[in-house]
Ligand binder design. Structure first.
Ligand SMILES: Nc1nc2c(ncn2[C@@H]2O[C@H](COP(=O)(O)OP(=O)(O)O)[C@@H](O)[C@H]2O)c(=O)[nH]1
Ligand SMILES: [Mg+2]
Length: 652
């Protein structure tokens, strides 16, 4: 994403949202400050209430940009309020002095508190409506009590009247102090925006609006729409009503997007830098039930989840205990009915399915959990460590929780919440502490050593069974051994895993074979003698092959045992099986290839008859041998001629 040099200390745009009960004067206050009537819709004007999110911007005395998001107070439109609240840096909590704290004052405050909004200002509105100062003081006390223990506990409380203008200067003054209290916008992180509106503008096409949560994005850049994982190009940008080249964290932005209809992108979708989020139907999270939640929460309750500007339905699986009581915090798994896109650290709200009220909220700990039953053991403890452990503890859990699949570096920071730079450093540390291994130097896939040990255990079992079944064989080759591993790992990864397991002594490697340390291929002395005689016989006869019946006679074994011994000799590469009734010693095959090589020096190809004469063997054996060479890709057949394959001549 583009450089964010301009977003330095003097330029700290931020988003401030209203909160509070209906009719307490939120919309009127924003109009008094900005001149903008945020009730955009005819329906809103007719009914005199805010239904959906409204937007206005304000430039404070220090020329800093504040984007206001005006939310509806009515309990029926809390879902719209939730769509706007996710990107807010600060809150204007509005309480009418003549009415005091009301249900949605509490509910909005609870929501902002659960979403970890960091700061804000409390505005006591409509002070012209109360008879004396005493009433205002009473309201102030009531509000102060409500704010105890919340993020607004230390907030400034400003009494105002939008009608007389009293207190508005003090409020503007308080607003200009806000940037210092707001965390530096996350400008160095990946670009991310929650879509809250999508519409068509004549002559431009589809335009979406949203709050830039982190990073920045510029005209003509490619971004991804999530959870659809669709790549989109940005045709043009506006911030606060003006065309710009780049938009930054803390700004409200309108993006003109190429090649998509307004129906294909909607409120609830996200736009983000590719690979900065993970999609899943499942989330592991911590969840706090509100003190004033109406009832205990039962396991597997169907609820509404609010994440960014998105509302989805799903069930909450309690990972500890069967119920959750008001005020308690626990670890849960959310099973969504539609696809989600999140990263570690995202905050969410849950509301009851019906009737609708806010139940609680929490933080995403694992944005795309492994389904492996193996990691279900101790899962809540591990998730808790991943939630608030030290960086290296979190990093280790991230990798452990992905079981044998492990984590590739590009998704590591999405799962851990660590920056890309921190991630690289910590992965290095975990490797040097021998807690994780890297099985793929290119994609950088990391697996926890405990899971690698499990892979080792599994392979040892496979080897043990194999040794039992084939007493006389030396062991298994990599391709024989990789069977089930190749479902997860590519060839290079299998190779590296085996190399590691041999290094830590799980099993042995000799030549192309892997075997358990205790395994000794069992060939009896007499069988060994028989085989030696048989090999001697084969080699004596030059290129004239010995028939299998003759070999078996020579082995002095019955047919069944004899064939088994031949097979094991083939397996251990002491004998080459060219066809059912045709065996050669490896040295003979090499000698034949040598003859072929020198033949091909003077000839471009060879026919069966020429080959038969070259070796002085029967036509049938010549064909068998040539077909064997074809199968080994040493020769290439074209009609009745064989041409040398590259590897045959290159060995020259
Ligand atoms: N007297 C007086 N009336 C106000 C003041 N602020 C808002 N109102 C009125 O209170 C009603 C509700 O205001 P509105 O801004 O729509 O409230 P919201 O639902 O919180 O957005 C409207 O009739 C406003 O004119 C104020 O400071 N003084
Ligand atoms: Mg309003």
């Amino acid at each position: 994403m583009s450089s964010t040099k301009s977003a330095t200390s003097s330029f700290r745009p931020f988003v401030m949202g209203t909160s509070g009960h209906i009719d307490h004067g939120k919309t009127t206050l924003i109009k008094a400050l900005t001149g903008v009537d945020t009730d955009r819709w005819a329906e809103e004007k007719k009914r005199g209430i805010t239904i959906d999110l409204g937007f206005a911007h304000f430039v404070d005395a220090n020329a800093n940009q504040i984007a206001f998001v005006d939310v509806p107070g009515h309990e029926k439109f809390i879902h719209n309020m939730l769509a706007g609240v996710a990107g807010m840096d600060a809150i204007l909590l509005v309480v009418a002095a003549d009415e005091g704290v009301m249900p949605q004052t509490r509910e909005h405050l609870n929501i902002c508190n659960l979403l970890h909004i960091k700061t804000g200002i409390v505005v006591l509105t409509r002070i012209d409506m109360v008879e004396d100062q005493e009433m205002v003081d009473l309201c102030r006390e009531e509000v102060a009590e409500l704010l105890e223990g919340t993020f607004l506990e230390v907030a400034q409380i400003v009494p105002v009247s939008a009608v007389t203008g009293a207190g508005l200067d003090e409020l503007r003054n308080a607003l200009s102090k806000m940037p210092k209290q707001i965390q530096i916008p996350e400008t160095d992180k990946a670009f991310r925006l929650n879509v809250d509106r999508s519409f068509t503008v004549k002559g431009f096409g589809t335009v979406i609006t949203g709050t830039v949560l982190s990073g920045s994005v510029s005209q003509d850049e490619e971004i991804q729409q999530l959870p659809q994982l669709r790549n989109l190009r940005i045709r043009g940008l506006q911030a606060h009503g003006h065309p710009v080249k780049t938009v930054h964290a803390g700004q409200r932005a309108a993006l003109n997007i190429a090649g998509i209809s307004k129906e294909e992108i909607q409120r609830g979708d996200q736009l983000a830098q590719a690979e900065s989020l993970l999609t899943s139907y499942m989330l592991n999270a911590s969840l706090t039930l509100l003190d004033d939640a109406a009832a205990v929460l039962k396991n597997r309750t169907r609820i509404r989840l609010y994440l960014g500007s998105r509302e989805v339905f799903g069930r909450l699986v309690l990972l500890e205990g069967d119920t959750l009581s008001p005020g308690e915090t626990t670890i849960v798994q959310f099973r969504s009915e539609s696809l989600l896109s999140t990263r570690h650290g995202d905050r969410f709200i849950i509301r009851s399915y019906s009737p609708m009220f806010t139940l609680g909220g929490g933080m995403v700990i694992d944005p795309s959990p492994s389904k492996s039953r193996r990691v279900m053991h101790e899962l809540p403890e591990r998730l808790r460590r991943l939630q608030d452990g030290a960086e290296n503890v979190r990093a280790e859990e991230v990798i452990y929780l992905q079981s044998v699949r492990g984590v590739i570096e590009s998704e590591f920071s999405v799962r851990s919440g660590l920056s890309v730079k921190q991630s690289a450093k910590i992965l290095q540390l975990l490797q040097s502490q021998k807690k994780v291994i890297c099985v793929e130097p290119l994609s950088k896939r990391f697996i926890h050593v405990e899971h690698v040990a499990r892979i080792g255990k599994f392979l040892k079992k496979v080897l043990e069974l194999h040794h039992k079944k084939f007493l006389d064989r030396e062991g298994m080759t990599r391709s024989e051994l990789s069977g089930k591993l190749s479902l997860i790992f590519n060839e290079k990864e299998v190779e590296n895993l085996l190399k590691y397991l041999v290094k830590v002594g799980a099993f042995l490697q000799h030549g192309i074979y892997y075997s358990l340390a205790e395994h000794q291929p069992q060939v009896s002395k007499s069988q060994e003698d028989s085989l030696a005689r048989c090999l001697a016989l084969i080699q004596q006869t030059g290129f004239q092959p010995v028939r299998q019946t003759h070999l078996l006679e020579e082995l002095e074994l019955n047919e069944k045992d004899g064939i088994k011994l031949l097979k094991s000799a083939v397996h251990s590469k002491r004998l080459v099986r060219v066809a059912a009734d045709l065996h050669y010693a490896p040295e003979q095959i090499e000698a034949i290839l040598e003859k072929l090589r020198s033949y091909f020096k003077d000839n471009s190809n060879i026919t069966v008859i020429q080959f038969k004469e070259l070796l002085n063997i029967s036509r049938k054996h010549a064909i068998d041998l040539l077909e064997y060479f074809d199968s080994q890709r040493l020769t290439i057949r074209e009609d009745n001629q064989r041409f040398p394959a590259k590897i045959l001549v290159e060995n020259d």
